[in-house]
Ligand binder design. Structure first.
Ligand code: HEM
Length: 404
């Protein structure tokens, strides 16, 4: 029995179970133009919306913000303030604007172009290792997880050798079945680890994101675009979690779908030398997989209309991004993957001021990862049943057995 049933809470309907489709109850609710009650990861009672326009309103209208959210059950104001420090996805303007501005230059399309050769090398190395270990392999641990993990570690300046220290924590952070005490312990352990990295970057700022932030912003007051060590630790923690879990699950779930749909694999193979076609396929993987099942919950600061609904001030609202990306208003046959589809305005990266900072990085990683995987292993096939991950905001696979 789930905790929800045990405590008579509304279900966590924003999340998915086996397969890639949104919960059918959420799809039905979207098609009826409705909303439904849900509980959020931290235990807020919230309203779920699932239409594409509704998701854009909740993410894009300044009436919705994070700082007006009520305290989560069992969390005091001081603890909440601590958890929010540096956490872009918990801040409204002007705090959000100041921190985000420091980072935008590091994630431009041009900055990502410069990273491409290094991402290429990381991808090739992972495929070499998988090839020499021999079939069968678990694509998640051999490829889908280590590639984005190595990339974000290098970019940030986090020692990859510490990965045992943080990958399990990164995975647990966005689980929905943690107790308040488990969430508190997890936060304390992550903060301690991040604080040690920030201290190291202060001593010897390297040629990475943490080093850049310390050098360019670390000694300025906030009013002049400065950042303090606690904010740096919070920001680095967010980047580490966000940079790991999302891209890796698009690689894993996208590959699963390709292996189940040979016509899609053939279509993608035919596009490997056509950058525009490859970009279209990446957008379709993002739309179809939508690994962030639901956006972070926001609170309405005033009465606001979302779709056909009047949402009263103070309501906590969250949007099902996976259902919004299959909203029939966006096109036809959206329940299936079509790598040749003309990209539409999907919300896999969210929308508005919190639109994913790492989107340009994720797009480059996905382009390189999918094309290298298909080139290297023309005979790639499923070697067993995939193991889906449950109770997690970021939908994904625990394991994907493959052979070639
Ligand atoms: C925000 C999805 C990769 C860093 C978001 C949001 C979504 C998202 C949906 C907005 C959540 C909301 O507003 O409720 C994805 C997907 C990815 C991906 C689908 C991969 C396929 C990355 C990577 C990084 C990253 C690689 C790190 C470099 C961030 C950050 C934010 C964010 C820092 C917060 C931005 C802000 O609040 O201004 N992402 N993400 N993401 N993402 Fe990503």
């Amino acid at each position: 029995m789930s905790t929800d049933q045990a405590t008579d809470q509304p279900p966590r309907l924003g999340l998915r179970r086996d397969g890639l489709a949104p919960d059918p109850a959420v799809t039905a609710m979207r098609d009826a133009g409705g909303t439904c009650p849900v509980t959020t990861l931290v235990g807020h009672r919230a309203t779920l919306v699932a239409g594409h326009a509704e998701a854009r309103t909740v993410h894009g209208d300044p009436a919705f913000g994070f700082e007006g959210l009520p305290l989560p059950p069992g969390v005091g104001p001081a603890e909440l303030a601590q958890r929010r420090t540096g956490m872009l996805l918990a801040l409204d303007p002007p705090h959000h604007t100041r921190l985000r501005r420091m980072l935008t230059g590091s994630f431009t399309v041009r900055a990502m172009k410069a990273l491409e050769p290094r991402i290429d090398a990381i991808v090739e190395q992972a495929l070499d290792a998988m090839g020499s270990a021999g079939a069968p392999a678990d694509l998640v641990t051999a490829f889908a997880l280590p590639v984005p993990s190595l990339v974000i570690c290098e970019l940030l300046g986090v020692p990859y050798d510490d990965r045992d220290e943080f990958t399990a924590r990164a995975e647990r952070t966005l689980r929905s079945d943690l107790t308040p005490d488990e969430r508190r312990d997890l936060f304390a352990a992550s903060s301690q680890y991040m604080a040690s990295l920030v201290a190291r970057a202060r001593r010897e700022p390297g040629d990475d994101l943490l080093g850049m932030l310390v050098r360019e912003h670390g000694d300025l007051p906030p009013a002049e675009g400065g950042i303090d060590d606690d904010e740096l630790a919070g920001l680095a923690n967010l980047l580490l979690v966000a940079g790991h879990e999302t891209t890796s699950n698009v690689i894993a779930l996208g590959t699963l779908e390709l292996l189940r749909e040979p016509t899609q694999t053939a279509a993608l193979r035919a596009s490997l030398d056509d950058p525009a076609a490859l970009n279209r396929a990446v957008e379709e993987f993002l739309r179809y997989v939508s690994p962030v099942s639901a956006g972070f919950p926001r609170a309405a600061s005033r009465d606001v209309v979302v779709g056909d609904h009047e949402i009263p001030a103070g309501t906590v609202v969250t949007a099902s991004l996976c259902a919004a990306n299959r909203d029939p208003v966006l096109g036809e046959d959206l329940e299936s993957l079509d790598v040749t589809r003309e990209p539409g305005p999907h919300v896999a990266f969210g929308y508005g001021i919190h639109h994913c900072l790492g989107a340009p990085l994720a797009r480059v990683e996905l382009r390189i990862a999918f094309s290298a995987l298909l080139r290297r292993f023309p005979g790639l096939a499923l070697a067993g049943e995939p193991e889906f991950r449950h109770e997690h905001l970021i939908h994904g696979l625990e394991a994907l057995p493959v052979t070639w």
